[in-house]
Design a protein around this ligand. Structure first.
Ligand code: FAD
Length: 392
């Protein structure tokens, strides 16, 4: 077994692992990235890739508590700004589109929610415009008659997740990071003032560990004797056949989980957090037929042209939810050098969290105040970690 040293071991080669590795390697740190499988295959390979800038639907299916939008929005604003430089930094296209988006309402209660969120957005420096139903249809004639109001946000957008994570990892490697795919971490122990990570047939000693294992973030923390209240869940996406350019904007719903957009390749991507049947620990989650039917019917109601399209594929992907739906990022109290980052909107936050993790490792001020987003609020007694082989 070969022993290596590094400044930082990044566990998980999803979009957060890629962004963290890139920013750390750029800063001159010796970085080793470990993934149990192929990089970018889990949450980051199945995500919708939306950049959530205006306030998101506060209660998606399966979500226990509403999101604290007033706290979340300034983070969304900072994340949005951070995306502007991603393609230049990575020297790669990630098919970033910032053509704006509509969040629609169908009921009087949802309309009131749109107006309330517009006020929060103003306070967070996010420009949105409230439109009535006719105004919304004038701006986007594809919207159906049930739409009674909408907010327009010019900053909404999306990027291609199948390009984003590989671009981050490739840039990290160009700056000296070492990437080990198919290298499952099976032990994380204290070693002097740092950490010893055992993965596959590698042992790495480093003063810092960055746990960005997505749905398995809690499982990795448990290996280090840390209990974190994170809930892995699986949600669905649906994609139609390709069509000529029809929909230029991201369309979301304020009262229900729904997001629809047309991607660069021409397909329409429909999502919104509808639950899969269950999450399998190995990440292969079976899709729920009722979520397929529910999500697609909802899309066809809001955007009637969807009725004429053939559904091409549907899939489920895993993500890690926190009990308060807020992101988690920071060092675990009592475990110096052990940092975590994750949460349900990790794609939107990846560029910002990559830079923030570098600042946390370096003990420098983060680009945004993340002190109340730390893992301390999620700590619970650690369950004894199952031996890795048994956990599989
Ligand atoms: C269907 C779906 C739609 C989504 N839509 C959006 C959206 O529109 N906008 C948005 O902002 N967010 C969205 N999300 C959430 C976000 O995209 C994901 O949460 C994000 O991509 C997760 O990135 P990550 O790097 O934290 O985790 P992941 O991409 O899940 O990566 C974690 C990695 O850790 C590795 N790992 C696990 N265990 C081990 C181990 N023992 N050893 C080594 N490696 C290990 C895994 O193999 C995996 O590669 C969506 C998620 C899903 C599933």
């Amino acid at each position: 077994m070969s022993a290596q040293t590094a400044d930082v071991v990044v566990i998980g080669a999803g979009v957060l692992g890629g962004a963290a590795a890139f920013h750390l390697a750029l800063g001159g740190h010796r970085v080793i990235v470990l993934d149990r499988g192929a990089p970018g295959r889990e949450g980051s390979g199945t995500t919708a890739g939306n950049l959530h800038v205006q306030a998101v639907h506060t209660r998606r299916p399966g979500q226990e508590v509403p999101l604290d939008s007033a706290r979340f929005l300034p983070l969304q604003r900072a994340a949005s700004d951070r995306w502007n430089s991603v393609e230049a930094e990575l020297e790669a296209s990630v098919e970033l589109r910032r053509s704006g988006g509509f969040t629609i309402a169908e009921t009087p209660e949802q309309r009131a929610e749109l107006i309330a969120k517009h006020a929060w957005e103003e306070r967070a420096g996010i420009r949105t415009e409230v439109l009535d139903g006719d105004g919304a249809r004038a701006a986007l004639p594809l919207l159906g008659p049930t739409v009674t109001a909408a907010t327009w946000c010019p900053l909404d957008g999306y990027a291609n997740p199948l390009l984003t994570t590989p671009a981050y990892l490739a840039a990290a490697v160009r700056h000296g990071a070492r990437l080990h795919p198919f290298c499952p971490v099976r032990a994380v122990e204290r070693s002097g003032s740092g950490w010893r990570v055992t993965a596959g047939d590698l042992t790495v000693e480093a003063p810092h560990v960055v746990d960005v294992a997505g749905p398995w973030l809690g499982e990795i923390a448990a290996l280090a004797g840390i209990g974190l209240r994170m809930t892995p869940v699986a949600i669905q996406m649906h994609v139609t056949v390709r069509l000529p350019e029809t929909l230029r904007y991201l369309v979301q719903h304020i009262g229900e989980g729904l997001s629809v957009k047309q991607v660069t390749a021409g397909n329409l991507l429909i999502g919104g957090g509808w639950p899969a049947l269950r999450l399998d620990p190995d990440g292969r989650s079976p899709v729920s037929l009722s979520s397929v039917l529910g999500n697609v019917a909802q899309a066809a109601r809001v955007l009637p042209f969807v009725r004429d399209l053939r559904l091409l594929r549907t899939w489920a992907g895993p993500l890690a939810a926190t009990p308060d739906e807020m992101p988690v990022i920071g060092e675990v109290p009592g475990a110096p050098g052990f940092l975590v980052a994750g949460g349900t909107y990790a794609f939107t936050f990846a560029p910002l969290w990559g830079e923030t993790l570098r600042c946390l490792v370096e003990g420098k001020p983060a680009p945004v105040d993340v002190r109340d987003l730390g893992p301390d609020r999620l700590l619970e007694p650690a369950a004894p970690a199952a031996p890795y082989e048994e956990a599989r």
